[in-house]
Design a protein around this ligand. Structure first.
Ligand code: GRF
Length: 223
C-alpha cells in the first residue's frame, strides 16, 4: 500500500509512520512521498534520512503565489494535489499539515475533477487528518493551547487526539479513531503536550493501519 504524507512541521508523527512501515503495526505499507508547504519542516529531513530515503516535495504557498499574481489558493491546492496523485497513493495522511485542505484539493484527490497532465484518479483516494483534540470541540488551529486553557477553567476534565476523514467541511469528517488523554491539575502545558504527542504517535499508526484495512476490504468486495 502506498501512503503520501503531508507535513508542515517537525514531523514526529511522520517519524512514527516511518518507523512502523512494514512492521506488524503497519504491514505492507510504504510511504512513497512526503510533501511539505514549509521548506524548513524537519519532517523533510526525516524523510530523506529514512532507510530507504523517502522522496520529498516542497511547495510553499507564498512563493507559488508571488511567482504569478494571477494564481489563486485553489491553484496552489491543485498543484499540491498534482504532486500527491502523481505518486499514485492508496491513502493521503495529513500529519501536521497546517493548511485547510480546500475543495480544489479534495475534488482532484477524490477523482471528481481530473487534472490535465496528472495521473488519472480512477477511484477516490481517502484523506485522513490528525488533530490534537477530541471530536466536536476545539476544531482549527492552536487546539492544544485552547484545550489546556479550557481545562484550567474547569470546562473540561480530559482531552485527547483524533484522526478523522478529510471532507470539504473543515474538521468535520467522520472520526477514524480517537484516543483520550487525561489532564492533570497543575501540570504545565509542556508536560501535557508531551503526553498528548506520545498518544498521537500511537494513534497515527493505528488509524492509518485501520484505514488501509478498510481499503483492502472494500477492494476485496469489488474485485
Ligand atoms: C500534531 O500535534 C498534530 O495533531 C497537529 O500538528 C502536530 C504535528 O506535529 N496537527 P509533528 O509535525 O508531526 O511533530
Amino acid at each position: 500500500r502506498r501512503i503520501a504524507v503531508l507535513i508542515s512541521g517537525s514531523g514526529s508523527n511522520l517519524q512514527a509512520l516511518i518507523d512502523a512501515q512494514n512492521t506488524p503495526a503497519l504491514p505492507n505499507a510504504r510511504i512513497v512521498a512526503v510533501v511539505s508547504n514549509r521548506k524548513a519542516a524537519y519532517g523533510l529531513t526525516r524523510a530523506l534520512q529514512a532507510n530507504p530515503p523517502i522522496p520529498t516535495a516542497y511547495l510553499g504557498l507564498q512563493p507559488y503565489l508571488k511567482a504569478d499574481p494571477s494564481r489563486t489558493r485553489q491553484d496552489y491546492d491543485r498543484e499540491i494535489a498534482r504532486i500527491v496523485i502523481n505518486e499514485k497513493p492508496d491513502l493521503v495522511v495529513l500529519a501536521g499539515w497546517m493548511h485547510i485542505m480546500s475543495e480544489a484539493f479534495l475534488d482532484i484527490v477524490s477523482g471528481e475533477k481530473q487534472l490535465e497532465g496528472a495521473e488519472k484518479v480512477t477511484r477516490p483516494i481517502p484523506v485522513i487528518n490528525l488533530h490534537p483534540a477530541l471530536p466536536g470541540a476545539f476544531d482549527g488551529a492552536h487546539a492544544i493551547e485552547r484545550v489546556y486553557e479550557a481545562f484550567q477553567k474547569g470546562e473540561i476534565t480530559h482531552s485527547g487526539a483524533m484522526v478523522h476523514r478529510v471532507i470539504k467541511e473543515v474538521d468535520r469528517g467522520a472520526p477514524v479513531m480517537v484516543k483520550e488523554v487525561e489532564m492533570i491539575a497543575g501540570e504545565p502545558i509542556e508536560a501535557f503536550e508531551e503526553r498528548l504527542h506520545k498518544t498521537e504517535w500511537e494513534l497515527i499508526v493505528q488509524a492509518t493501519a485501520k484505514v488501509l484495512d478498510e481499503i483492502a476490504a472494500l477492494e476485496g468486495q469489488h474485485s
